[in-house]
Design a protein around this ligand. Structure first.
Ligand SMILES: Cc1cc2nc3c(=O)[nH]c(=O)nc-3n(C[C@H](O)[C@H](O)[C@H](O)COP(=O)(O)O)c2cc1C
Length: 217
């Protein structure tokens, strides 16, 4: 199924989908392969194409990963140093809704039809003092493709949510899935499901004019 959204609609309405993930409807492997083919058109530093994509459908493996995610989620969301913004700031007004939604994902993560873990392959891990040039080149060679994947899902009536909270247990998840931990870095954890309904709206963001610098910071 294709929704026929134009490029700007896809770019502005690809939200983090949590409560509207359809946990009952199976996701065909073909639709994932189609989205991956689109994602692989993203830029890749020096044309290295060092990306690897792990899809998890095994219920026991999904449960182990979701349990790591859940434990880290609880720790992260209970930490005392939460960033504070003004009362009218969209990040403040949206927080209760996002917290409610993210708590829901934390509870049902093991039930999503498919989990995706995008990985970037290199000569070593990215958490071992790699200078900015190397970090930016490596992350820049996986994250645009991940976003393209999410946009391709959206156009096909599926959704996802960017998450990173399994990563404190990246090693355990690497061992579980056979990912070579010494040379491959995981970039996140993405639930994949059809969405309940396909109508998604623009988010309220800080205005670009407040965030731009021309010729001088
Ligand atoms: C780097 C990164 C990490 C994120 N980690 C999580 C996460 O662990 N769990 C979660 O529910 N959402 C996570 N999010 C989603 C954000 O909460 C979400 O993008 C933000 O609230 C704005 O909502 P929107 O994506 O619907 O516009 C993450 C997003 C990014 C970019």
């Amino acid at each position: 199924m294709r929704l026929g959204l134009d490029a700007d609609e896809v770019l502005t309405t690809t939200r983090s989908v949590r409560k509207r993930l359809d946990l009952e409807r199976p996701v065909e492997r073909e639709v994932i392969e189609e989205c991956l083919d689109i994602a692989l058109q993203a830029p890749t530093g020096s044309n290295t194409q060092g990306w690897q994509w792990v899809f998890v459908t095994d219920p026991e493996k999904k449960k182990v990963i979701a349990d790591f995610y859940g434990a880290n989620y609880d720790m992260y969301t209970n930490r005392p140093d939460q960033p504070q913004y003004g009362d009218d700031d969209p990040r403040t007004t949206q927080r209760p809704k996002i917290m409610d939604s993210s708590r829901y994902l934390r509870e049902i993560f093991h039930q999503v039809p498919v989990m995706m873990i995008p990985c970037i392959q290199g000569q070593g891990r990215l958490d071992s003092g790699v200078p900015t040039f190397g970090q930016a080149s490596a992350w820049g060679s996986i994250l645009p493709a991940v976003w393209s994947f999410m946009l391709a899902l959206r156009e096909r009536g599926l959704g996802s949510a960017w998450t990173t909270l399994h990563l404190p247990n990246e090693k355990e998840v690497a061992d579980l899935l056979g990912i070579p931990f010494d040379t491959v870095t995981q970039a996140g954890l993405f639930p994949i499901a059809y969405t309940k309904g396909t109508d998604f709206k623009l988010a309220k963001r800080l205005p670009g004019s407040d965030l731009s610098h021309w010729d001088q910071w």
